[in-house]
Design a protein around this ligand. Sequence first.
Ligand code: HEM
Length: 118
Amino acid sequence: MTHAHITTWVITFILFFVVLSLQKANSPKVKMVSMLLRLFYLLIIVTGALLLQMLASTPPLYIVKAVVGLWVIGAMEMVIARVKKGKSTQIAWLQLVVAFVIVLYLGLKLPLGFHLFS
Ligand code: HEM
């Protein structure tokens, strides 16, 4: 399941950058790829929830991990929405990077799957 979780968020990041480049090119395909991206958000949440379900109890750090995971998704949507509106994206990008670093650290530190930091 950790592999499914990692695969879904890696594909999500690829789709996120595809959406951004399609937005830049004003391509009509942006709608379709955005929908696919949202489907992958759901898959991240489902695989994350299945990982949570594997635990006998839910230590607080797992809740933090899940909330920061949702924050990463929120920040991606924020970047896309602000590019669309032609607004400044600095704060949204900063949130995305900060949330991503935290989620990567927590995911790799927590006991399931790989643990680079523990
Ligand atoms: C883009 C958002 C997300 C990223 C980049 C991400 C990243 C990661 C990474 C790197 C791991 C470690 C995998 C391993 O150790 O093999 C992980 C594990 C996990 N993720 Fe996520 N995640 C995201 C969203 C979510 C969400 C939304 C949830 C909850 C609904 C969630 C729940 C979990 C759980 C429970 C684990 C297992 C932790 C452990 O290793 O013990 N994740 N995630």
